[in-house]
Design a protein around this ligand. Structure first.
Ligand code: 5GP
Ligand code: MN
Length: 334
């Protein structure tokens, strides 16, 4: 990592106009890492701006600096003009420009330097400097390690710490996944010493549900099926169920995890029909232990992610997606 840190230091010493971007449907780690880097670059007196491909869920609105995010699909002209004027673009929490939709077309290494900071497997080769560490459990943890190495750790104040804590918490299922280690906890300890209010963050994320989300949770739980021979469960949510429950963006986030909460279940999936596009099903996978969700998602559902958390897509109906899932389970060597 040290060589890359030197390169990044050199780049930052010369460049001033910086854009930070992340993947479509930004989650806690995407927003947390982008805002942490934003606050840090501001401290280095850079013109920094966070541009996300689309709107983040409302449960992230409280994150320090969140209101300053420019949302590409609501403000394309302004975003394009800022990108055209930028010297450096940081791409956070994704490994391929496809993951940021139309915004990806604006990012081009001939026009500006690109720095990737990410923890997904198999990064594409689009950046000038690539920080890709799949063993690290969140991009936020990686941002902490990079800031610590390029500058004075004491520049990490309460706001930066809060943003980093946010992504570390959400991407590890509140510190339960395998990628969490003693170093993760020493970083958490540092962040708490900076004044992070961990209960407040937890409540902001997990205890601020909309009524619609709770209704949708009920429908998802009702749909739960067990495939006993494969130690697997799955749930489904149809477009009309979502609309009739008053669906709002973010309402289905994390519901997939309930499928893993049963005894003796190692693998689960949730199939969610897109409310805007016809015949698109978004699928989330979660596993315990050795089940390789990312391999499964890549092989059968044109997706990817991490060993214990991955996602993919299916073009067709929910029923057909479930059929494919069941067949794929038989054909996959766990
Ligand atoms: P989620 O199920 O929460 O949407 O995603 C879980 C993980 O899988 C995230 O780390 C996300 O980056 C990855 N992921 C989700 N959907 C896709 C997809 O369509 N393609 C790829 N390559 N990764 C995905
Ligand atoms: Mn992440």
């Amino acid at each position: 990592m040290l060589e890359k840190i030197q390169e990044l230091k050199k780049l930052l010493s010369r460049k001033k106009n910086i854009i930070i971007t992340t993947h479509i449907n930004p989650d806690g780690d995407a927003v947390g890492s982008s805002l942490a880097l934003y606050h840090f670059l501001k401290k280095l007196h850079k013109n920094a701006k966070v541009i996300t491909p689309n709107q983040h869920p409302a449960f992230l609105n409280w994150a320090p600096g969140c209101s300053k995010i420019l949302i590409f699909d609501k403000n394309k002209e302004k975003a394009k003009s800022l990108i055209a004027k930028s010297d450096v673009i940081f791409t956070l929490d994704f490994n391929d420009l496809k993951r940021c939709g139309d915004l990806g077309e604006q990012i081009n290494s001939n026009k500006h330097k690109i720095v990737m900071i990410d923890h997904h497997q198999s990064p594409s080769d689009y950046a000038n400097i690539t920080f890709s560490y799949p063993k690290i459990s969140s991009t936020c943890e990686l941002i902490f390690k990079i800031i610590k190495r390029i500058s004075d750790i004491n520049l990490i104040d309460k706001d930066i710490s809060t943003c980093i804590y946010l992504g570390m918490m959400t991407d590890t299922g509140s510190f339960q996944y395998n990628g969490v280690n003693s170093e993760t906890h020493s970083i958490l300890s540092f962040l708490m010493d900076k004044g992070v209010d961990h209960s407040k963050i937890y409540n902001n994320i997990y205890n601020s549900n909309n009524l619609s989300r709770i209704r949708i949770l009920g429908l998802a739980l009702n749909s739960l099926k067990i495939i006993k021979e494969a130690n697997t469960t799955y749930m489904t949510l149809g477009k009309n169920q979502l609309i009739n429950s008053g669906y709002k963006k973010g309402d289905t986030e994390g519901l997939v995890n309930y499928g893993l909460s049963l005894k003796n279940i190692d693998f689960t999936a949730i199939f969610i029909e897109d409310v805007d596009e016809e015949k698109i099903v978004k699928i989330s996978f979660r596993s315990k232990s050795m089940f390789q969700c990312d391999e499964f998602a890549k092989k059968f559902f044109n997706g990817g992610g991490h060993k214990n958390a991955a996602g993919g897509k299916y073009v067709g109906t929910v029923d057909d997606a479930v059929e494919r899932f069941k067949k794929s389970l038989n054909n996959f060597n766990f």
